[in-house]
Write a protein that binds this ligand. Structure first.
Ligand code: ACO
Length: 404
């Protein structure tokens, strides 16, 4: 084979690939995507089968440990998640340190790092495998408590302790929405829809935040530091922030009194600078299999809840018109997963600035699985991309009094 390292040192040859569109940075056995055919599989299982028959928690175990858990393994994992749901009481002081209107993604990133600063209330037995399983459960469980607490803080409401009797998603909704003396009992349709959103976001191979986990983890930074960095990567509007952009666009269209037809016209006009948010995808060029699944869920939840919301009406009109419009059809621009997840979260009362936080809760198992896979790879190396230098040639230092 070709010795790339030797070739590089002998020739100074460097490949330039902005955005790493053609550069494989790792091998991975976790997630398979075929963008042309609209295929997504976790550990070989088609996403459609997992969405139909599995749960977010089972899928988290599958991604991290490589196989579907048997009943005993799932029970142990559930018990770990329940035990790890509460935050150390001193965490309250950290929340109080933030201004009430702080962005929830800033709080989340800081708090994920902060978990590592607290001794685990449930020490593992010292074996690597046990400690990793405990860390994984700690992160997956606490990220949900942190998310709910950041919302309660923003609303000026008291924190709700997690209820060990509730499922992962129902517990999250309880921590978000229960009022004093009145436990929020989520509609089963809502629990199912949120479970589905988390499951469909659980991994997506080497996207921006996952590559961040691998880059940070490659320096042997711990799991918490690696995932906290990934939260920052996910925050951007070109990545996890796209679901927020969908809602902001719908608001603009509605408030500006713009008709769906005019919005479509604007999106087709390249000089307008306006794109239909939630349409198109870099990898999926025919359809996004996650969007197909979530569309059905969105239809069901909206019908079940009987939600009347002018923004959701705008979304429906845009969807219907774009699917029949030759500009969108020819360019294979279909509604993506962010379009439908945004609609569902809006319908169930999740505030827009929490959408990306929900994405982070869903993506946590993928980040953990990828961090572990990299750590177990005997060929792992610290991430250290090169560059093509374009600055000045050697330049002599000029004393300050001689500078112009
Ligand atoms: N609205 C209107 N026109 C669009 C849109 C859109 N949403 N997306 C692409 N186009 C047009 C482009 O102008 C281009 O037209 P042309 O062939 O006449 O020049 C053509 O479709 C191809 O577009 P590209 O930009 O080359 O597609 P690319 O694969 O680079 O971009 C992207 C994909 C970034 C997702 C794009 O479709 C987009 O901006 N969508 C809206 C934002 C969005 O929803 N992002 C979230 C995606 S999901 C995720 O990544 C987490």
């Amino acid at each position: 084979g070709l010795d790339i390292a030797r070739l590089r040192s002998e020739t100074g040859l460097i490949t330039l690939d902005p955005g790493y569109g053609n550069t494989g940075a790792c091998t991975s056995a976790i997630t398979f995507i075929d963008g042309e055919k609209g295929i997504l599989r976790y550990r070989g299982y088609p996403i459609e089968q997992l969405a139909k028959s599995s749960s977010f928690i089972e899928v988290a175990w599958l991604l991290i440990f490589g196989k579907l858990p048997n009943q005993a393994e799932l029970d142990v994992f559930r018990e770990r998640l329940t035990r790890n749901a509460p935050l150390h009481e001193s965490f309250k002081h950290h929340f109080e340190g933030f201004l009430v209107d702080s962005p929830p993604m800033a709080i989340l990133s800081a708090m994920v790092n902060t978990i590592a600063c607290f001794p685990s209330q449930n020490e593992c037995d010292g074996s690597d495998e046990e400690c990793f399983a405990e860390d994984a459960a700690r992160l997956i469980s606490k990220v949900r408590t942190i998310a709910a607490y950041s919302y309660r803080r923003a609303m000026g409401l008291p924190f709700n302790y997690p209820d060990p009797k509730l499922s992962y998603v129902a517990n999250f909704l309880h921590m978000m929405f229960s009022m004093p003396y009145d436990q929020h009992v989520a509609d089963p349709e809502v629990v199912d829809a949120l479970n589905l959103i988390l499951l469909l976001h659980a991994d997506h191979e080497q996207n921006c935040s996952t590559s961040t986990v691998r880059t940070v983890g490659s320096s042997q930074a711990n799991l918490y530091a690696s995932c906290a960095a990934a939260v920052g990567a996910l925050w951007g509007p070109l990545h996890g922030g796209a679901n927020v952009a969908v809602l902001e666009m719908l608001e603009k269209i509605h408030k500006g009194g713009i008709s769906a037809a005019d919005a479509l016209k604007l999106a087709k006009d390249h000089t307008s600078g306006f794109r239909l948010m939630g349409f198109g995808h870099r990898v999926y060029k025919n359809f996004d299999p996650r969007a197909k699944i979530l569309k059905q869920s969105a239809d069901k939840v909206l019908a079940q809840l009987g939600v009347k919301d002018p923004l959701l009406d705008v979304a429906r009109q845009l969807e219907e018109m774009a699917l029949k419009d030759s500009y969108f059809v020819e360019r294979k621009l279909y509604p993506n997963v962010d379009f439908y997840s945004g609609i569902i979260m809006r319908a169930i009362g999740i505030p827009t600035n929490m959408f990306t936080v929900l994405f982070a809760i869903g993506r946590m198992p993928g980040w953990i699985a990828q961090w572990r896979e990299q750590n177990e790879d005997p060929k792992r190396r610290i991430a250290r991309p090169r560059q093509i230098y374009t600055g000045p040639n050697v330049t002599d230092y000029v004393p300050i009094e001689q500078r112009k």
